[in-house]
Ligand binder design. Structure first.
Ligand SMILES: [Zn+2]
Length: 174
């Protein structure tokens, strides 16, 4: 029986890539920014974040978050673009890559940059109406877009990276 693909199934062809657990652990352990050495600082959250590891918004005034410098292009593309990011100071569970766009982050506006193989932004969209999933879907229809970097619409800081799940049908991008 062939079941109709609902929207969540459609989104499951994309990976929501949070920072690696090894990296989060290292920051918590050393209290330094990996690759940069700037001290990481821990403070009670004054903003929603999110935590770049579990991709959940911080509870303002309650959660303690660590601020450090991250190059989100590490291992992805050659030109670094370091910037400030937050993670929970306490251990948290990394966001499940195949779980679709984090529902808790839908209320927060994002800038989506679709990068090509040369690390050039091929398409940029700003979403503030909760249509992140539809926008990712649409951007990924362009085979020259290799991955999409999401940033906070107001602060501009990196949130997460989205890639296609490569299946037996081969790569979209050749
Ligand atoms: Zn977290």
């Amino acid at each position: 029986m062939v079941e109709h693909n609902d929207w969540r199934d459609e989104m499951n062809v994309f990976r929501m890539i949070a920072i690696a657990s090894e990296l989060a652990d290292k920051v918590r352990e050393t209290k330094l920014s990996p690759g940069y050495g700037h001290p990481g600082t821990a403070k009670v959250a004054t903003g929603h974040g999110p935590c770049r590891h579990c991709l959940r918004p911080f509870v303002v005034g309650e959660d303690v978050r660590m601020l450090f410098t991250l190059n989100p292009f590490e291992g992805v593309a050659p030109i670094p673009q370091p910037g400030p990011v937050f993670i929970h100071e306490a251990e948290c569970e990394r966001y499940e890559e195949t779980a679709g766009y984090p529902a808790e982050l839908l209320p927060f506006g994002v800038v989506l940059d679709g990068y090509d193989a040369e690390q050039m932004v091929r398409r940029r969209e700003t979403v503030t109406d909760g249509s992140q999933e539809a926008t990712i879907q649409e951007m990924m229809c362009d085979p020259l877009i290799r991955y999409v970097m999401l940033r906070d619409a107001k602060a501009g800081c990196f949130d997460l990276r989205v890639e296609r799940i490569l299946n037996g049908k081969g790569r979209f991008d050749g």
